[in-house]
Design a protein around this ligand. Structure first.
Ligand code: NDP
Length: 282
């Protein structure tokens, strides 16, 4: 069994990005990410702080736009329009969750696909679906990078994705399908879940249910990727019962130190990609 070290992999990716940023700056382009946060969600504030630290570390400029929780849709869309029109902004990130009166899908649609570094605009989702080059949601992109770096074979494997959210489960399934896995997507209405997971060579779990995946649900030698982040009284835990599942898995990601740091590294990578493309398009 090997524990996939997302933290050190993310560090090495960020080192590589530093030199890309340096080269871009020499060409007169300073990669710049705009982050919009609406409301006062505590977890979002922590995520944003981590992202800003990572940006600064890599040399990416970072502009924050904090909007109050009573912001109207018109105000939000008008900010997105302004950022879309600014040549010095290469990426726009809209932090979720947003207050319920705002339509997050409409907001994602409004972000220019060229600046959609989170890969949530339907144009980029469509490109992923068609296996064309675009921006891919950062968490699945980070997981695919882990598979690549650890030489984990995907082609022809039975991959089971637990969770069908637009930001993790669905794009994850498409990424695996695009690499020729046979993909099964499970959700809250799935029946005989354990039977399905026991047939999996690769399991990616993104439910938000602490220690949901237990040893008896995993085949000997399976690759187990834990996306879950759950704050419990015992600290931060994933969706996998790590201590027991690691006894049967061939590769497994820890929480923390697995998928999380890779998600942030992929965001940086997408901002650098957007800034590089802006030169080609100008
Ligand atoms: P969502 O709440 O949007 O989706 C959860 C999914 O789990 C849904 O598809 C739901 O099914 C399914 N589900 C819930 N209960 C069950 C069950 N008992 N059996 C089978 N399926 C179930 O979550 P997200 O995708 O946004 O996030 C999932 C987890 O990943 C969270 O812990 C989140 O914090 C974490 N996360 C971590 C990231 C990282 O970088 N490490 C990045 C993003 C998220 P249904 O659709 O039927 O309701």
């Amino acid at each position: 069994m090997e524990i996939i070290d997302g933290k050190s992999l993310a560090t090495s990716i960020r080192e590589g990005l530093k030199s890309d940023v340096h080269k871009l700056k020499k060409k007169g382009v300073s990669p710049n990410l705009a982050v919009i946060l609406v409301g006062e969600d505590k977890a979002s504030q922590i995520y944003i702080k981590n992202k800003s630290k990572a940006c600064l570390d890599v040399g990416i400029n970072y502009e924050e736009f904090f909007l109050s929780s009573d912001t109207t849709m018109e105000q939000l869309l008008s900010l997105i329009d302004r950022l879309n029109n600014r040549d010095d902004i290469h990426g726009i990130l809209l932090q979720s969750p947003m207050p319920k009166h705002l339509d997050i899908n409409e907001a994602f649609r409004r972000i220019s696909p060229e600046k959609d570094v989170d890969g949530f605009n339907p144009v980029n989702v469509g490109k992923l679906c068609l296996n064309q080059d675009g921006f891919v949601s950062c968490t699945p992109a980070g997981i695919m990078k882990m598979f690549e770096k650890y030489n984990i074979e995907i082609e022809g494997k039975n991959a089971v994705v637990l969770g069908r959210s637009n930001i993790v489960g669905k794009p994850m399934s498409l990424c695996l399908l695009n690499k020729d896995a046979t993909v099964t997507i499970c959700h809250s209405k799935t029946q005989n879940l354990s039977e399905i997971t026991r047939g999996a060579d690769i399991i990616v779990i993104a439910l938000g249910k602490p220690k949901f995946l237990t040893r008896d649900m995993v085949k000997e030698g399976a690759v187990v990727i834990d996306v879950g982040i759950n704050r419990t009284e015992g600290g931060l835990v994933g969706d996998v019962d790590f201590d027991n599942v690691k006894e049967v898995a061939s590769y497994i990601t820890p929480v923390p130190g697995g998928v999380g740091p890779m998600t942030v590294a992929m965001l940086m990578s997408n901002v650098v990609k957007a800034a590089t493309r802006s030169i080609k398009n100008s």
